[in-house]
Design a protein around this ligand. Sequence first.
Ligand code: GDP
Ligand code: MG
Length: 220
Amino acid sequence: MASATDSRYGQKESSDQNFDYMFKILIIGNSSVGKTSFLFRYADDSFTPAFVSTVGIDFKVKTIYRNDKRIKLQIWDTAGQERYRTITTAYYRGAMGFILMYDITNEESFNAVQDWSTQIKTYSWDNAQVLLVANKCDMEDERVVSSERGRQLADHLGFEFFEASAKDNINVKQTFERLVDVICEKMSESLDTADPAVTGAKQGPQLTDQQAPPHQDCAC
Ligand code: GDP
Ligand code: MG
């Protein structure tokens, strides 16, 4: 597994220890829905129209400010294993939030959302938060999945829903910021009810070497 120092993506920022919270976020969904493009758009504000090859699981790091807190996001991208549905369970370990993505021009990617959701529920922490993202909303002419169907599925699965475009930079930042906010809301809610999943009992996220433990007193 990549470490913070050998990450191809996050070398400079990952050595920065100056943050209040660290959240591990995963982007998952079928191959070619735009996961890598979405991550690059958010972390680097760039878009490469050619197919972005994803070699090896890796992550980018971005630090943002929410409610006076410095939150370091460690955002993981799959390595193309999604093609074979062989994402290792270790990948899910410690994840606090997911961006589950499909492509509005690709019915199959939409049909796979349920399966990805099941994977998340099987392998991740119970309190992990998920946002459903319908990417490539700039391609209206080639749309095959209506916004309504996306929204209905999101409602059914209990996820919030965003239509977005990595290409035209629509709702990319908003998606990540909303995910951070729902993670924070969930954390403080769980602390209010003294949910053992957050207060450190065994169901809590298994933190990897690169991660600082989430602080217990999130008030953001
Ligand atoms: P991944 O396999 O899910 O990581 O998908 P990629 O990021 O590699 O993108 C697959 C293809 O879709 C590439 O050709 C991208 O340029 C293209 N793509 C990604 N996001 C968008 C988008 O928002 N709009 C359009 N039109 N194309 C996109
Ligand atoms: Mg990729």
